[in-house]
Design a protein around this ligand. Structure first.
Ligand SMILES: Nc1ncnc2c1ncn2[C@@H]1O[C@H](COP(=O)(O)OP(=O)(O)O)[C@@H](O)[C@H]1O
Ligand SMILES: N[C@@H](CC(=O)OP(=O)(O)O)C(=O)O
Length: 543
C-alpha cells in the first residue's frame, strides 16, 4: 500500500540550494515538490540512507516554502535491525538451531544477520597456520586443528541436514592454503587474514543454508565482496568511509529486488590497495555489525553474546559481576578500548556517528534485558558503572634533561611516537616529566622480535632529550563511570588500595569524563579489581 508523507520547510534556495530532511522513509518511490509560486522546481538529489537524511536540490532562485511529498511503498518491508552472533553463540549445530529460532521469534523485525566463526575456529585456524610453518608439506593433513575444523563444520552441516557441498570448496581450499604455508615456511599477516577468513565464510554458508531449509529465505554474503573496504593493515585493519555507501547499495539493492535475510560474514574486509582479504582485529564482527547499522540507517544494532550484557567487570575475574542496564556510547567505547573483551574497541564509532542504539544481549538467555547503549543516559545517580582491566601494558617514565620551563618537551616526545607509529593509551604529565602507557593492541600484533626492537628504538630516541625508565608487566585498571563524582570515586578507591597495600604508579582522568585509569603491577591487578568491585558494587554502605 502506498503511503504519502508530507512535510514542509522554509529555505532560501539561492543561498542554500540543497535542503536536507531527516526522515524514516527508507525507500523513496517518488518525490513531488510544491513551492509557493512554482511547482516541480526541485528534484531529488540524493538519498543518504545511512543517516535517514533525504537531500533535495531546489533549482528555483527564491523559494520561501518548500513542500515535499514522498511516496513510500509500505507493503515492501524494510530491513530494520542488525543481529550479530559471536562464536560463543554458534559453537554447534544445536546452537545454530537455537539462534535461527531466536531470529525468527521476532516476526516484526527484518534483520541483517552478522555471524562470527563457529566457537573457537579462529584460534584453531591460527594455530593450524603456525603448525604448518614448521610441520613440512607432507604432514599438513595430520595437523590436529585442521581435522578438528573439518570435523566440526561437516558434522554441523550433517546435523542441520544441509548439503555438505556448501562448504566443500572452502575445506579443500583451506587444506591447500595450509600446504602453501608449509611449503613457504612462513605465515605473513596477509596470509593469516586469508587463513582465518575461512571461519566466517563457512559459518555463514552453513547458517544461510539452514535458514533456507527451514523456510526462512536467506542469502549469504562475504563482507569483502559487498563493499567492506579497509586499510591494508592486515590483522588489524580500519574500515574506510567508502564502505558505507557501497554496503548500503549492495544490501538494499538485493533486498528491494528480492527480499531474503542477509547473512553476512563478520570480521572481514578487503584492503583498498591490495584487494586482499583483511580482518578488523580480534572480535571484529561487532564492528561489522555497527558498520552495517550505520550504512543502512537501521533502527537498532543487537550484539548477542554468552553473557547477560556488559557486566560490572570481567566475569572471568569475578564470576558474580552484574549486568549494567544502560551505557552511553562514550562509556562503552572507553570500556571496550580499555580491555573489556565483550565489545570490539572500535565498534561504537559507527553507532555513535549514526546515533543508532546498540543492545548487548545473551543468546543463551534471551529474556534477560541486556545492556542498552545510547548517546545519553540519566547520570544523576551514576557513580561507577564498570571496572575494566588491561594486562601486560608497557609504561614509560620520561624525565626531561632540560631546564624547567623549556617549551616543546611534550611535543618532542609525542612526535617520536608518531614517527615510530606507536600509539599511547594513558598519559600523566608534570612540567618536566611524562608517564605514559603504550597501546598493546597495536604493539602486540607485531612479531615479538619486532616489538623488542621497536621498544629499544623508542627508548633510544627518547634518551636524546630525557632520562627514560621502561617498566613492563603493568596493568591499567579503568574505572568507567561518572567522573563528575571523581572525588567520591577516588576516595573509595584509595581506601581500598590502602587497606590492600597496593601502590598506584600512575593515575589519569580521561578528558572523555567517563574514565579514571590507574596503573598497578600485573600481579596485583586482579586482586585489586575484585576488591574495588566489592567496595563499589557489593557494599551498600560504601556505594
Ligand atoms: N565487562 C564485561 N562484560 C561482559 N563480558 C565481559 C566483560 N569483560 C570480559 N567479558 C567477556 O567477554 C565475553 C563475551 O565476548 P566475546 O567472547 O567476544 O563474545 P562473542 O564471541 O559472542 O562476540 C564474555 O563471555 C566474558 O567472558
Ligand atoms: N572470529 C573472529 C571475529 C569475532 O568477532 O569473533 P567473536 O564475535 O566470536 O568475538 C575472532 O574470533 O576474533
Amino acid at each position: 500500500m502506498a503511503n504519502t508523507l508530507h512535510f514542509s520547510s522554509t529555505l532560501q534556495a539561492a543561498a542554500s540550494p540543497v535542503f536536507s530532511k531527516r526522515t524514516n522513509i527508507m525507500h523513496c518511490k517518488s518525490l513531488r515538490v510544491q513551492t509557493g509560486n512554482h511547482s516541480s522546481v526541485a528534484s531529488c538529489l540524493a538519498q543518504s540512507r545511512s543517516n535517514r537524511v533525504l537531500k533535495v536540490s531546489c533549482e528555483a532562485a527564491s523559494v520561501d516554502v518548500l513542500e515535499m511529498s514522498i511516496t513510500n511503498n509500505q507493503a515492501e518491508k524494510q530491513l530494520t535491525c542488525v543481529m550479530k552472533f559471536g562464536g560463543s553463540s554458534l559453537a554447534s549445530a544445536e546452537r545454530m538451531r537455537e539462534v535461527a529460532e531466536l531470529i525468527l521469534s521476532f516476526p516484526n523485525e527484518s534483520p541483517v544477520i552478522v555471524l562470527s566463526a563457529m566457537g573457537k575456529t579462529t584460534n584453531k585456524l591460527l594455530l593450524a597456520g603456525e603448525k604448518a610453518v614448521s610441520c613440512g608439506v607432507t604432514n599438513v593433513d595430520s595437523i590436529e586443528e585442521l581435522s578438528f575444523i573439518k570435523e566440526l563444520h561437516l558434522r554441523t552441516a550433517k546435523e542441520l541436514e544441509v548439503d555438505e557441498s556448501v562448504i566443500a570448496k572452502h575445506l579443500d581450499e583451506l587444506e591447500q592454503l595450509l600446504n602453501g604455508i608449509a611449503m613457504m615456511k612462513e605465515l605473513t599477516p596477509r596470509t593469516k587474514d586469508y587463513l582465518v577468513s575461512f571461519g566466517e565464510c563457512m559459518s555463514t554458508r552453513i547458517f544461510a543454508a539452514y535458514m533456507n531449509k527451514i523456510g526462512a529465505k536467506a542469502r549469504q554474503y562475504d563482507a569483502f565482496e559487498i563493499g567492506f573496504i579497509t586499510t591494508d593493515d592486515f590483522t588489524n585493519a580500519d574500515i574506510l568511509e567508502a564502505t558505507y555507501p557501497a554496503v548500503a547499495q549492495s544490501l538494499h539493492g538485493d533486498w528491494s529486488r528480492d527480499p531474503a535475510i542477509p547473512i553476512v560474514t563478520g570480521f572481514l574486509g578487503k584492503g583498498w590497495r591490495s584487494c586482499a582479504i583483511t580482518t578488523l582485529g580480534r572480535g571484529g564482527s561487532d564492528l561489522t555489525a555497527t558498520t552495517i547499522g550505520k550504512a543502512l540507517g537501521l533502527r537498532e544494532i543487537q550484539v548477542w553474546k554468552d553473557v547477560d550484557g556488559v557486566l560490572t567487570c570481567d566475569p572471568n575475574i569475578y564470576p558474580h559481576a552484574e549486568p549494567v542496564p544502560y551505557l552511553t556510547f562514550d562509556e562503552a567505547a572507553e570500556l571496550a578500548y580499555f580491555g573489556a573483551q565483550v565489545l570490539h574497541p572500535q565498534s561504537m564509532r559507527p553507532a555513535r556517528e549514526a546515533d543508532i542504539p546498540v543492545r548487548v544481549k545473551n543468546s543463551y538467555n534471551s529474556n534477560a534485558p541486556g545492556t542498552l547503549i545510547t548517546r545519553a543516559r540519566d547520570m544523576r545517580k551514576a557513580v561507577l558503572t564498570s571496572i575494566v582491566l588491561k594486562r601486560n601494558v608497557t609504561m614509560l617514565d620520561i624525565v626531561s634533561t632540560r631546564m624547567l620551563g623549556q617549551y616543546g618537551f611534550l611535543a618532542k616526545v609525542f612526535s617520536i611516537f608518531e614517527d615510530l607509529g606507536i600509539s599511547v593509551d594513558v598519559v600523566a604529565t608534570s612540567e618536566v616529566s611524562i608517564s605514559l602507557t603504550l597501546d598493546p593492541s597495536k604493539l602486540w600484533c607485531r612479531e615479538l622480535i619486532q616489538q623488542a626492537s621497536e621498544l629499544d628504538h623508542v627508548v633510544e630516541e627518547l634518551e636524546k632529550i630525557a632520562v627514560v625508565n621502561l617498566l613492563q608487566h603493568r596493568s591499567i585498571i579503568s574505572l568507567i563511570g561518572n567522573v563528575q563524582r571523581s572525588s567520591l570515586i577516588l576516595e573509595k578507591v584509595f581506601n581500598v588500595l590502602r587497606v590492600k597495600g597496593i601502590n598506584v604508579q600512575m593515575i589519569s582522568q580521561g578528558a572523555s569524563k567517563v574514565n579514571i585509569s590507574l596503573i598497578v603491577n600485573d600481579d596485583e591487578a586482579e586482586q585489586c579489581v575484585r576488591s574495588l568491585h566489592a567496595a563499589f558494587f557489593e557494599s551498600a554502605s560504601l556505594n
